[in-house]
Design a binder for this molecule. Structure first.
Ligand code: FSX
Ligand code: SF4
Ligand code: F3S
Length: 374
């Protein structure tokens, strides 16, 4: 790559060229992009072309923005702010009131058809959307107005992607995700409550480099981040396979780091890259299951914030491991069945997983032959 470009990037981003190239190589690998994509990304970032972004908040907690700002993986917050031109953001804006509203309108007019619209939060639809208003306008009206001249939409966080917390039953405000309302623009859903900042950053860099959104799954999520279940990459998975479960919070199994399935972990039915990418880079990164809390399935519509936290997951597919680890008798799971994974599931049945678990044994994810390779 051109040295001048890299030198300019070094000065602008405060990142050494080595860090920038490493960062792009890691991002290209994470997204499964072909050889050369890392150099293209580095070139795009270094070029200083920053896509304009208008970022709006509706029904939500602002955790998505907070999570992004607390990432330190090579100066992630700095990179985001240097890769995009953040022309409007209700949390980070110094201005307020009419001044902020004017800034949104000015950003829309100056970048007609070119800006990325980031929506954080669900949209209230009940009673014409009166349960969420910003500057006197409903989120429903603001969304429609602001999306009209957007190039593409990023629905950031579970609330914007599919309704999230505000849409939990009985959903008094009629909260829905953006894609239920907008059908004439490219939309990418990046769920997670909060989402992994890297999934947002990678999506933006992909857009910046290739001028389009990354490949999406059948729920509009980037395939690079949502094509594997939590369960496939979980560090507690050997315990699941061996039939070692925490039975209660704080018991010996919990303290020893055993599998959290019986405490309601939804990892076996939730697609996300949390165990691979982690949150909070300071201190090496972490994620819910890593600190002893079951995954609640926050990236999956119908599971996160809807299925009770303590109820058992319906594993999407369980295939016995190729080698059979020794079954730990102290767990009382029995030793007569050939597969430890099967034993683990039967253990789940004993506390109420129900017949659905059994019926999912060996089942592949519909429409995706790459799944089921556990
Ligand atoms: Fe929702 Fe984001 Fe959860 Fe919070 O804004 S995805 S409630 S972390 O903040 O939208
Ligand atoms: Fe990890 Fe949860 Fe799967 Fe257990 S059930 S291995 S804790 S993802
Ligand atoms: Fe959400 Fe589960 Fe990841 S709760 S943050 S998908 S570990």
């Amino acid at each position: 790559m051109n040295d001048d470009i890299l030198n300019a990037a070094e000065a602008r981003l405060g990142l050494s060229r080595r860090s920038l190239l490493q960062f792009c190589a890691a991002m290209a690998a994470t997204m499964g992009l072909p050889k050369g994509a890392d150099a293209a990304m580095a070139g795009a970032i270094a070029s200083g072309k920053r896509p304009p972004v208008i970022w709006m908040h509706f029904l939500e907690c602002t955790g998505c923005t907070e999570s992004m700002l607390r990432s330190e993986h090579p100066a992630l917050d700095k990179l985001i702010l240097d890769i995009i031109s953040l022309d409007y953001h209700e949390t980070l804006f110094a201005g307020a009131g009419h001044q902020a509203e004017a800034a949104r309108k000015a950003a829309m007019a100056a970048n007609k058809g070119k800006y990325l619209l980031v929506i954080e939060g669900a949209v209230s639809t009940k009673d014409n959307g009166i349960y969420c208003k910003v500057g006197g306008e409903t989120s429903l009206a603001l969304l429609k107005e602001t999306v009209a001249d957007a190039a593409a939409v990023i629905a950031l966080g579970s609330c914007a992607a599919w309704g999230g917390v505000p849409s939990s039953a009985p959903n008094p405000t009629g909260a829905v995700g953006v894609a239920e309302l907008i059908t004439d623009k490219p939309i990418v859903n990046i769920p997670g409550c909060p989402p992994i900042p890297y999934n947002f950053l990678s999506t933006v860099v992909h857009y910046l480099t290739f001028g389009k959104l990354p490949d999406l799954d059948d729920k509009g999520r980037p395939k690079f981040a949502f094509s594997r279940t939590i369960h496939e990459n979980c560090e507690r998975r050997p315990h699941f396979d061996a039939g070692r479960f925490a039975q209660e919070f704080g018991d010996e199994g919990h303290r020893k780091g055993y599998c959290l399935y019986k405490l309601g972990c939804k990892g076996p039915e939730t697609f996300a890259n949390c165990p691979a990418v982690l949150f909070n880079d300071i201190g090496g990164g972490s994620w819910p299951v890593g600190v002893g809390h079951p995954c609640i399935g926050c990236t999956e519509k119908g599971i996160g914030f809807n299925k009770p936290i303590h109820s058992l997951a319906d594993p999407l597919y369980i295939t016995p491991p190729e080698s059979y680890p020794r079954i730990i008798e102290e767990q009382g799971q029995g030793v007569t069945l050939g597969s430890a994974a099967t034993v683990a599931v039967i253990g789940g049945l004993a506390v109420g997983a129900g017949i659905k678990v059994a019926s999912n044994l060996g089942k592949n994810r519909p429409n995706d032959p790459s799944h089921g390779q556990e």
